[in-house]
Design a binder for this molecule. Sequence first.
Ligand SMILES: NC(=O)c1ccc[n+]([C@@H]2O[C@H](COP(=O)([O-])OP(=O)(O)OC[C@H]3O[C@@H](n4cnc5c(N)ncnc54)[C@H](O)[C@@H]3O)[C@@H](O)[C@H]2O)c1
Length: 303
Amino acid sequence: MNESVRFEDKVVIVTGAGGGLGRAHALLFARHGARVVVNDLGGSAQGEGANASAADRVVAEIREAGGTAVANHDSVTEGEKIVQHALDAFGRLDVVVNNAGILRDKTFHKMDDSDWDLVYRVHVEGAYKVTRAAWPHLREQNYGRVIFTASTSGIYGNFGQSNYGMAKLGLYGLTRTLAIEGRKHNVLVNAIAPTGGTRMTEGLIPPQVFEQLKPELVSPLVVYLASEHCQETSGLFEVGGGWIGKVRWERSLGAGFDPRAGFSPEDVAAHWQQICDFEGATHPKDNIEALKEMMGNLQRYVL
Ligand SMILES: NC(=O)c1ccc[n+]([C@@H]2O[C@H](COP(=O)([O-])OP(=O)(O)OC[C@H]3O[C@@H](n4cnc5c(N)ncnc54)[C@H](O)[C@@H]3O)[C@@H](O)[C@H]2O)c1
């Protein structure tokens, strides 16, 4: 097999790598020569408890296959400890894969603060803490790759996952700004929205499909995004079952009104079809491009 995507001098943190997708990522990174910090708190899929054996087992697997890895059992909410562990063990850090996650599914109607907060804490605060602690090292060495794990539940919504969807699309918001801030330091930042047969999706996906959605089918994208080969930044990729696609924002040409004359809710109603018509739609890549239509409207009437 052609394995030219190599990580010999690189150190990679994969959070939540004691099972599921994170385990598959960690194994593939190690196979491609990376030194891997296998982080996992080892709790339940709902974020209860802790168990060191999850991360330890994956480290043993990596070592048996001739790779290099250390286990870390801290919660991602204590990200600075995980980063320090990478520096203590290997003296550097190049890649952060923010993968750790839990579910506390409930309809919004039944949602309580603890389900909302815990999902926020693990996914958003956890990814923030690990990445924030890693950021100065990546910037200073002028090389870094950061991957966030979003979800189609954030992109498209999913019944019973308001907390999870909020967190997952929040991570894409974080991706977009870190990509802008990291670019000139060669720190590239992307997000994936994976689908894989793991304990998180067991029972939710029909068994024959579950079997085929192997976590290993997500990892090649993650390892590519983390490599020197990759110059992509700010991207969002859906991945699973052997398929990878890129997602982008699309915006209609919209409708412009004369700001001097003012306009009413009735005017909005009258133009609703035009506002929502995607014929000739654009795909703004940044804030400046996004503001062009609005500025054009001001220029047309008042500037
Ligand atoms: N499986 C899917 O189809 C799917 C879909 C969309 C997004 N995701 C996301 O992919 C990621 C991996 O999920 P998975 O399906 O492999 O589930 P999983 O439950 O098998 O793996 C998640 C891992 O994160 C660990 N973890 C949880 N809280 C942690 C914490 N505070 N600190 C450190 N580790 C912690 C867990 O112990 C577990 O090993 C998650 O972020 C999940 O939200 C998965």
